[in-house]
Design a protein around this ligand. Structure first.
Ligand SMILES: NC(=O)c1ccc[n+]([C@@H]2O[C@H](COP(=O)([O-])OP(=O)(O)OC[C@H]3O[C@@H](n4cnc5c(N)ncnc54)[C@H](O)[C@@H]3O)[C@@H](O)[C@H]2O)c1
Length: 341
């Protein structure tokens, strides 16, 4: 029996990424759609031939659902999630699953109380960047890693709710789940301290469109994460180790290995660089760089149909919310914020 699923928020993302993945996976059936926009509801009814609702409460009262996928504005996620859990449905919540860690804890407590499953949406965990880089680091290709930089650049101006704080807008919540989580997974360490700066550079509204955070991990490794406004693209990843550097630009992963030799004669400066050995290798990766929604829903189907644990836990989601909170707190206080290991 397919997993009876409702989509709540049939907007830009709900009607494309989630509706598309559900439509393509025979293990799911779109059983209902909820949105407050009548045009969206007409589109959903035409596409899926399912009941549509302008009220979440009414939908939950009338439908027997296995899963609700929440894809509304970010400030709406936590309350809607709790309402669905209380009504007896399992819930998948798009990113950011909550606007802060307090909301995340509330959702987890409600899921526990109701005995229902709660799934955070972190598609970047399925990114080919992450799997490729994990393999390179496991092989110690560039030695011991001491600095991981994850950078996203854009020069686009938004003019929607994502530019307003009251709706859970701003690029830390919007991009943080895609940018902050993967380097932490890659490093496999917790955050010890955070320093960050955020700015509103070109967007209207009152929320940041740029952030830069330096996270020191418990093993001393530094993670620098930024979403920045730049007309020229920067590398997506730069990873520095004791034997070399990995640079990732979109689908191209370049590994630079360097083995500087100790100078024979330390009084002669040229001798310090003459014997360096350099090795450069390039690798092309394929797939959806921010993770394929089809793969996420395939994993979710295995959870429902075979009982396989979903690869992203609520503890993962909560920890990410705590790190994003610390990034915001550091910016607001203008100081380094320490996190409990
Ligand atoms: N790659 C990704 O994972 C990804 C990409 C884009 C957006 N998102 C996330 O998806 C969410 C939605 O973003 P979007 O760009 O699609 O926004 P959007 O504004 O296009 O869509 C939100 C939809 O929710 C509907 N809505 C508002 N209030 C409602 C209510 N009370 N009940 C039911 N529906 C209601 C709106 O009418 C709209 O159709 C955001 O949290 C965003 O961060 C994730």
């Amino acid at each position: 029996m397919p997993v009876k699923t409702a989509i709540v928020g049939y907007g830009r993302n709900g009607s494309t990424m989630h509706a598309g993945a559900l439509e393509r996976n025979p293990n799911f059936k779109v059983a209902a759609v909820c949105d407050i926009d009548p045009n969206r509801l007409t589109q959903a009814a035409d596409r899926f031939g399912c009941p549509v609702y302008s009220s979440l409460s009414e939908m939950l009262a009338k439908e027997e659902l296995d899963l609700v996928t929440i894809v509304t504005r970010s400030d709406q996620h936590a309350a809607m999630t709790c309402e669905c859990l209380e009504a007896g449905a399992n819930v998948l919540v798009t990113k950011p699953w909550a606007v802060n860690a307090a909301e995340a804890r509330q959702m987890i407590a409600t899921a526990d109380k109701c005995g229902k499953k709660l799934f955070p949406w972190l598609p970047s965990r399925w990114s080919p960047w992450l799997s490729t880089l994990k393999q390179l680091l496991a092989r110690k290709t560039i030695g011991d890693v001491f600095l991981i930089r994850r950078i996203n650049t854009a020069f686009g101006i938004r003019n929607d709710w994502q530019t307003e704080k009251r709706y859970g807008g701003g690029y830390l919540l919007n991009w943080g789940p895609h940018l902050v989580d993967p380097p932490l997974v890659l490093a496999g360490e917790k955050v010890q301290s955070v320093y960050s700066i955020m700015r509103q550079v070109i967007n209207p509204g009152d929320a940041e469109d740029m952030f830069m955070a330096v996270l020191t991990l418990t093993n001393g490794c530094i993670v620098q994460v930024e979403h920045t406004v730049s007309a020229e693209s920067l590398p997506d990843w730069v990873i520095q180790g004791t034997r070399g550097t990995i640079v990732v630009r979109r689908y191209e992963v370049t590994v630079h290995i360097s083995e500087p030799q100790k100078p024979d004669d330390p009084t002669k400066y040229t001798g310090m660089t003459a014997a360096d050995k350099q090795l450069v290798s390039k690798e092309k990766i394929t797939g959806s760089l921010y993770g394929s929604e089809d793969e996420v829903y395939a994993a979710l189907a295995r959870t429902f149909l075979e009982g396989t644990p979903f690869p992203v836990t609520t503890a993962d989601g909560l920890y990410l919310s705590e790190v994003l909170d610390a990034i915001r707190e550091s910016h607001e206080a203008g100081k380094v914020v320490c996190m409990q290991p």
